[in-house]
Write a protein that binds this ligand. Structure first.
Ligand code: NI
Length: 175
């Protein structure tokens, strides 16, 4: 709806340019929006990135597919993900929040009780568990955990390695 670029263009334009820009109804409208509506840019840095046409096209395609409204937010998210992974990799004793999800066959011998027992044994790690009965045979579970990256990984891997547990995925978020 309102474009940060248009606002900035208006604010930094010369008198003459400003007159022409003021003919643009969207820009005039956007000036009525209070400043707090936009992100606080006072502590934001502007980076200029050069890339070849092909990479730029691929980036725009990725942005569209993922539903980003602009390149800046797409790039910030990629950078945050990369930095997060680096933090997790470098500091295995650092704190994290983790989400583990998996599907399992509840007809598998004693698997339900074994999984519950494993969670009880790590009650300090498991913050919450959600269980849903997917079908006659299958259950889906999502665990929210809190602990060091190393602890969470070891526990998650032992759960995913159980016979009958499938599609295990662990999402680690540094905090
Ligand atoms: Ni179930």
């Amino acid at each position: 709806m309102f474009n940060e670029y248009e606002i900035r263009t208006f604010l930094f334009a010369t008198e003459e340019e400003r007159y022409h820009l003021s003919q643009h109804p969207i820009i005039m409208l956007s000036l009525l929006v209070p400043k707090w509506f936009f992100r606080n840019e006072s502590n934001m840095q502007r980076l200029t990135i050069s890339m070849d046409d092909e990479l730029a096209q691929d980036f725009d395609e990725l942005m569209r597919r993922k539903g980003y409204a602009n390149r800046s937010e797409a790039f910030r998210d990629m950078l945050r993900r990369e930095l997060g992974e680096m933090t997790l990799e470098q500091d295995k004793q650092g704190p994290c929040v983790a989400i583990l999800s998996y599907i399992y066959d509840h007809h598998e011998r004693q698997l339900s009780s074994r999984l519950a027992e494993m969670q009880h044994d790590h009650h300090g790690l498991t913050v919450s568990t959600m269980h849903a009965h997917l079908s006659h045979d299958e259950c889906v579970e999502t665990l929210i955990m809190r602990g060091t990256t190393a602890q969470v990984k070891v526990f998650a891997e032992s759960v995913m390695a159980q016979t009958g547990v499938r599609h295990g995925r662990l999402n680690l978020i540094p905090c």
